[in-house]
Design a protein around this ligand. Structure first.
Ligand code: 3HC
Ligand code: NAD
Length: 309
């Protein structure tokens, strides 16, 4: 009994130590998702470095974080707006930026990657970071659709590699899918669960299967809405209204496609179609392809040229 208690206490203190270990986080990619993850990590007291390919992009990310924080502060300090600015500045102090991922990962506990949804680009990034990061550093990808095991295969730290799939907009969406690939150790998986909770999120455990839970259901639904419209069976506006008022969704499928980004949605469906060409749920959409080819990516490019809304 004493042995069991000692073991129990040891396991509690070791998981507390693991949780305490994730203090410094490097987020690679300062786009829609990376900026949101950086904001939430900084808001929960983590020290964050946000990395992207240029200073201009990082400036845009910082502006996006600040305006999102203003929205949070407006609500949080509705009674005392003068405290809102101090709240924002305190959080912004936890974030620094860099264009040199290899140098900043040298002092980090966790790398969260949120770059373009492309296997080769993600593998190249992690392959390079694996050489620069310390032994204890955990790597996680925010991929929407790629197998974590395939991304991790470019590194020699399969046991310290997992998935952390956040949802857009990150400051508002409570869910994080924590993905355990075949090589992910239990210790790494537990650390990622703990980290998600430390961000104030609700984690769910996922296997390394296409789209995990949410996207496996959501992406075919959004694409089916586009196909329904392509068949002439409903206007975009009516389909959006129908799903909002008839199914209680906060956004209709076209609005949501714009919100997620048409390029990201296309990457997801094309990748699945390539692997499973006979599955009608993964069939590419001519309309989506055309809009992406025209550079109309939805909200991230410009709401005024927003493709679906
Ligand atoms: C594809 C990927 O792999 C996976 C994915 O991410 S799939 C996409 C998942 N996301 C969704 O399904 C999102 C669905 N939409 C929603 O839940 C809601 O529409 C929403 C939370 C985005 C916005 O809420 P809603 O009430 O509809 O609209 P809105 O009036 O704009 O926002 C209400 C308040 O929420 C807060 N808010 C919304 N977005 C915010 C943000 N980015 N940052 C901070 N606060 C925000 C603000 O307080 C805002 O009030 P404000 O306008 O006065 O600042
Ligand atoms: N958009 C969504 O709703 C959503 C939700 C969950 C997960 N995801 C996933 O998150 C990832 C990012 O998606 P996003 O919507 O934020 O994309 P985004 O296009 O808004 O941002 C990607 C950012 O990564 C940067 N980048 C590209 N290559 C880089 C590199 N080698 N090093 C550093 N930075 C680099 C780009 O400059 C860009 O700023 C994708 O894997 C996507 O599938 C997206």
């Amino acid at each position: 009994m004493a042995f069991v208690t000692r073991q129990f206490i040891r396991s509690l203190s070791s998981s507390a130590a693991l949780h305490a270990a994730i203090k410094h986080v490097t987020i690679i990619g300062g786009g829609l998702m990376g900026a949101g993850i950086a904001q939430v990590a900084a808001s929960t007291g983590h020290s964050v470095v946000l990395v992207d390919t240029s200073e201009d992009i990082l400036k845009k990310s910082a502006k996006g974080i600040e305006s999102s924080l203003k929205r949070v502060a407006k609500k949080k300090f509705a009674e005392k707006p003068e405290d809102g600015e101090a709240f924002i500045q305190k959080i912004l102090k936890n974030i620094s930026t860099s264009t040199d991922a290899a140098s900043v990962v040298q002092g980090t506990d966790l790398v969260v990657e949120a770059i373009v949804e492309n296997l080769k680009v993600k593998q190249d990034l992690f392959g390079a970071l694996d050489k620069a990061a310390p032994e204890h550093t955990i790597f996680a990808s925010n991929t929407s659709s790629l197998p974590i095991a395939d991304i991790a295969s470019s590194t020699a730290r399969l046991d310290r590699f997992g998935g952390l799939h956040f949802f857009n907009p990150v400051p508002m969406m409570k869910l994080v899918e924590v993905i355990k690939a075949p090589g992910t150790s239990q210790q790494t998986f537990d650390s990622l669960l703990e980290f998600s909770k430390a961000l104030g999120k609700h984690p769910v455990s996922c296997k390394d299967t296409p789209g995990f839970i949410v996207n496996r259901l959501l992406v075919p639904y959004m694409l089916e809405a586009v196909r329904l419209h392509e068949r002439g069976h409903g206007s975009k506006e009516d389909i959006d209204v129908a799903m909002k008022l008839g199914a209680g969704y906060p956004m209709g499928p076209f609005e949501l496609l714009d919100y997620v980004g048409l390029d990201t949605s296309k990457f997801i469906i094309d990748g699945w179609h390539e692997k499973d060409p006979d599955n009608p749920l993964f069939a590419p959409s001519p309309l989506l392809n055309k809009l992406v080819a025209e550079g109309k990516l939805g909200k991230k490019t410009d709401v005024a040229v927003s493709s679906f809304i």
